[in-house]
Design a protein. Structure first.
Length: 665
């Protein structure tokens, strides 16, 4: 079989898993979907939105000639990605245009597609199958169709552009896009071009945005394929052995599609990882300490880590895959789980690999610091956590708020990224076009994307820090008071600054750090504690640049007034120009006629905080602990209630803003 041809058996299996979607009242065709796991159907959110706007619980009817003996089945919307749930009345962005349906009769028999585990973007020949309306005189009739397609471009993280040689009919949205080279479904057809051929698809890696549902879905997918027939040849994996993009067709030191099926089925029984970092670290170690090629999406599940082992589109050597599986087993064992089934299979499969490399697997050890140390009694919560530094493998979540130029009132473009301290610094969500978002809508806009990212990277009991980069004019934004959930559990405060360390950064300090900034950071982090709180400006004085320039290595600027305007804005501007990366200020109103009693409380409290701090990287968590105490005691008059912290590490500068999307002329 040549690389441009699709396998006829896989084409037939794809057709068997594809269904038409409509209402339960014989209404015309809504669109197409396909089974990805027992009882789970994937389609586009925009296929459902016009029909569910009045009632999201409305029954949905799906049907296919090889599903349930040809008899229609009822399903309901389980979840979609549209901004956490609101029904769209406009074009749905690519990264939000997926929806999951669940059968109301979960025991119905049906085929399931094979979803790719690869993280890199596919490209090359493909097949799309779906349904289109039958037309008059039977508009409710749906007709199957098939087209060849070639992916030849990408839009951001999830958009797959299909070159203009395939024509897609109305009703095809939600159809599976098969990579003929590997025999795996890599996308979901989103749109056609009006009056022209070609179109757009959504990469199935966007499923990772479903969070916990993604883990449940892919585990069910991998278990189902792991139990599928192994010898008849009429299943996805056996046919994939015939394709040029699946690597080896035999065992030994090469990793075959059968190996992959067995491995992913066994991984589906392992508890999900504690965030993204374990998957990245274990895949990197299995690759000999070499990170996956750039441009990969962040891995959320153990199967995603397996997908990071490919090289130049081909599976890695068997020893690398077995090393990864054994590392996952060690991680599971360290968490108290029982990975014996996975270990036993790895041991048996290792017999086919040259013995000289066996010790790489049999003596596999976890990277240091990957697991949290066990609790050390009731005082464990009071241990001060140092803020992540480059190279230590600990993640931070960064929100970038970039002001919209020429806006009559303040508005922001925003981006959410994760910096793992090693080699991952990927934007996961963003709005970089249009009118931007006004300040009073930022929390609502960021609530769903931040919740998704935190759920991915937080370890149990150890929320990762949040860094918010914004212009100095907006440094009084009380980020630590943001509420990222409308209904928090009683033991989980809604305020983000109580649960996790929250710091501010200067959005203007993008790209390579300046020498003044780096030099002062070096002096600060090398200084012997205690740190000193330097009151700026001094009482009854105007701010002067030399006050900031001549501050000692252990000096931290402290302002008892807002930093977004007036004297405070001039002072914080001088602090930034002098290279200060750490500063404290009070975001609340300041008396018009000089400092008052509360100002003295702020300076006394800041001095005590800094005197007890053993390193600059302790400050974010020490301030978080104070906020936790304030929240527990309901102490609205505490000196630190409205205090913000600048913690801007030049060793981890914000990426230069030269590689983002721009509007076409």
């Amino acid at each position: 079989m040549t690389s441009g041809e699709s396998d006829p058996v896989i084409d037939a299996l794809l057709r068997a898993a594809t269904v038409r979607i409509g209402g339960a009242d014989s209404t015309p065709l809504w669109g197409t979907g396909f089974f990805v796991a027992p009882g789970w159907i994937l389609t586009c959110a925009h296929v459902l939105a016009p029909h569910l706007r009045g009632d999201p619980t409305r029954p949905i009817r799906i049907a296919g000639p090889e599903v349930n003996g040809g008899e229609p089945l009822d399903a309901r919307l389980h979840r979609w990605l549209v901004d956490g749930g609101p029904l769209p009345e406009h074009k749905v962005p690519v990264e939000q245009d997926l929806a999951l349906l669940r059968l109301l009769e979960p025991d119905a028999e049906h085929e399931c597609v094979w979803l790719t585990d690869r993280t890199d973007h596919p490209g090359g020949p493909g097949v799309v199958q779906g349904y289109r309306p039958g037309g008059e005189p039977h508009p409710e009739r749906a007709v199957p169709w098939k087209a060849t397609a070639r992916i030849n471009g990408f839009d951001d993280a999830y958009g797959l552009r299909i070159r203009p040689e395939a024509e897609f009919p109305r009703g095809g949205s939600g159809s599976p896009v098969l990579d003929a080279h590997t025999g795996a479904v890599v996308g979901v057809l989103k749109s056609r071009r009006a009056g022209r051929d070609g179109g757009m698809a959504i990469a199935v890696t966007a499923l990772r945005r479903f969070g916990a549902d993604y883990h449940e879905l892919t585990a069910a997918h991998d278990r189902w394929h792991g139990q599928s027939p192994k010898i008849t040849g009429h299943n996805w994996v056996e046919r994939q052995h015939r394709l040029p993009g699946t690597g080896a067709r035999t065992g030994g030191d090469e990793w075959s599609p059968r190996d992959r099926r067995e491995a992913l089925a066994l991984l589906s029984a392992v508890h999900p990882p504690d965030g993204i970092r374990p998957v990245v670290e274990l895949a990197k170690k299995a690759r000999g300490g070499v990170a996956a090629p750039p441009g990969q999406l962040l891995p959320h599940a153990w199967r995603d880590g397996h997908g990071l082992l490919y090289e130049a589109g081909q599976p890695a050597a068997a020893i690398a895959a077995l090393h990864y599986l054994r590392l996952v087993a060690e991680y599971e064992r360290a968490r108290g789980g029982d990975p014996s089934a996975l270990v036993d299979w790895v041991t048996r499969r290792l017999d086919d690999v040259p013995r000289i490399v066996h010790t790489v697997v049999t003596q596999a050890t976890l990277p240091p610091g990957l697991l949290r140390p066990p609790d050390q009694g009731g005082d464990a919560e009071r241990i001060v956590l140092r803020h992540p530094a480059p190279g230590d493998g600990r993640a931070v979540v960064i929100v970038e708020l970039e002001p919209v130029a020429d806006a009559l009132t303040p508005r922001f473009y925003w981006r959410v990224r994760v910096d793992d301290g090693l080699d991952v610094n990927e934007p996961l969500h963003e709005v970089q076009t249009g009118d931007g978002v006004p300040p009073d809508r930022l929390v609502g806009e960021l609530r769903a994307p931040l919740a998704e990212v935190f759920a991915s990277v937080d370890a149990p009991g150890a929320p990762v820090p949040l860094e918010v980069a914004l212009p100095a004019d907006h440094f009084d934004t009380a980020v630590h008071r943001w509420q990222l959930t409308e209904m928090a559990r009683l033991h989980h405060p809604a305020y983000v600054g109580v649960r996790r360390a929250v710091v501010l950064r200067d959005i203007a300090r993008r790209g390579e750090p300046g020498g003044v900034w780096s030099a002062r950071w070096q002096r600060l982090t090398s200084a012997e504690p205690p740190f000193s709180a330097c009151r700026v400006p001094p009482p009854r004085q105007v701010p002067r640049a030399r006050q900031l320039d001549e501050m000692g290595p252990a000096g931290i600027p402290v302002l008892c007034r807002p930093a977004g305007g007036g004297v405070g804005r001039r002072t914080i501007g001088m602090a930034l120009e002098a290279g200060h990366g750490v500063a404290l200020w009070q975001t609340e109103n300041h008396p018009e006629q000089g400092c008052g009693d509360f100002c003295e409380e702020v300076h006394r409290g800041a001095a005590a905080l800094l005197a007890a701090t053993g390193g600059a990287d302790e400050l974010p968590d020490r301030l978080r602990s104070i906020r936790d105490d304030i929240s527990g005691r309901r102490d609205g008059g505490h000196w630190a209630e409205g205090v913000a912290l600048l913690y801007d590490d030049p060793r981890r500068p914000l990426p230069a803003d030269g590689d983002g999307p721009v509007d076409s002329p």
